[in-house]
Design a protein around this ligand. Structure first.
Ligand SMILES: Cc1cc2nc3c(=O)[nH]c(=O)nc-3n(C[C@H](O)[C@H](O)[C@H](O)COP(=O)(O)O)c2cc1C
Length: 313
């Protein structure tokens, strides 16, 4: 299984672990990479020492390659990049900001880089900046979503039509059907966040995982809509936030909830980012099972589709 995404990441399968603040840490990234996917350590919220420890932990747990995600707008973005370089990480993903800020140093150090985008214009700018690929994040995704709220299904083919670099689809993908659909649209890889939250390895409270498993397709909502929108599970906390936000200006919304509280043990009080694909997730599984099942299911569905079109011609 080789394409530009597996070549660039060095992973066996074109399945990326979505970087998730305080969740996609060394152990989870190592589990994904050790299962053939591409683990990413979320640099968000980590100081230099903690990031270094998480990289070293991942390296102890797996010999497979993994990456580090750096939110560009954060003050410590340069410091995080230096730590990743010093620790021998070969691939960076950047998000939330202009990749131009870091690209020179990334290139100098010989690293590969994908940038997370949510519109065609953002992706064009990233390509012009010299990134190796884009991670296209649709409005279905868990966590931060763009104000434009373009869906994955609409975004991927529009990007593929205008870009020369490979596209990884993020948002709304939770099984082999999603992987195959993303490939049908022209993506060369997928990034999954929500599906990996409902795994035995994810370091989040059990109540969070169970709420994903029991969520319906309309089980999420978007908060901070006027400022930095984020998709989270509907619960008492989400309803309280929505009521409060009706009275806030965009500036006030930005300053509220900059920290996520998904570590709260009570799933009614916790703010739990998750994507619309939560409605599809019906079990808490091991990471290796999720990756194995995704690849197997994509292959089986592809055979069915091939047979259908073979009959037509
Ligand atoms: C709990 C949570 C935290 C996230 N934190 C980050 C982050 O720190 N940086 C980032 O680029 N994306 C972040 N994301 C987005 C994911 O990396 C991924 O792109 C997204 O979850 C994919 O959509 P899905 O949830 O439908 O699978 C987060 C998502 C979730 C659910």
């Amino acid at each position: 299984m080789r394409n530009r995404v597996t070549e660039l990441t060095g992973a066996e399968y074109p399945i990326l672990l979505g970087p998730m603040r305080f969740i996609s840490l060394g152990a989870v990234a190592a589990s994904v990479s050790g299962s053939g996917g591409f683990g990413q350590i979320a640099g968000s919220g980590l100081n230099a020492d903690r990031l270094r420890r998480e990289i070293r932990l991942a390296r102890e747990l797996t010999g497979a390659p993994f990456g580090v995600n750096i939110p560009v707008y954060r003050d410590n973005a340069f410091e995080a990049l230096e730590v990743a370089i010093e620790e021998g990480v070969r691939m960076i993903t950047t998000s939330a900001g202009d990749p131009n800020k870091l690209i020179k140093r990334i290139r100098e150090a010989g690293l590969k880089v994908f940038h997370k985008c949510s519109t065609v214009s953002m992706a064009r700018k990233a390509q012009d900046a010299g990134v190796d690929g884009v991670i296209a994040s649709g409005a279905e995704a868990g966590g931060h979503v763009s104000r434009e709220q373009i869906t994955t299904f609409a975004l991927i083919p529009q990007l593929v039509d205008v870009l020369e670099i490979p596209v990884v689809a993020a948002g709304g993908i939770g099984d082999g059907r999603g992987l195959l659909a993303a490939f049908a649209l022209g993506a060369e890889g997928v990034e999954m966040g929500t599906r990996f939250l409902a795994t035995t390895e994810a370091p989040v409270p059990e109540g969070y995982k169970r709420r994903i498993v029991s969520a319906d397709c309309d089980g999420t909502t978007i908060i901070r809509e006027k400022a930095m929108p984020a998709r989270i599970l509907r619960n008492q906390a989400a309803t309280a936030i929505e009521q409060m936000e009706r009275r806030k200006t965009p500036g006030e919304q930005i300053n509220a909830y900059t920290d996520t509280f998904y570590c709260h043990e009570d799933p009614d009080k916790a703010i739990m980012p998750a994507g619309q694909v939560a409605g599809l997730v019906r079990s808490i599984a091991n990471i290796s099972e999720v990756i194995g099942a995704t690849i197997r299911e994509a292959g089986l569905r592809l055979t069915v589709i091939n047979n259908f079109f073979a009959e037509e011609t």
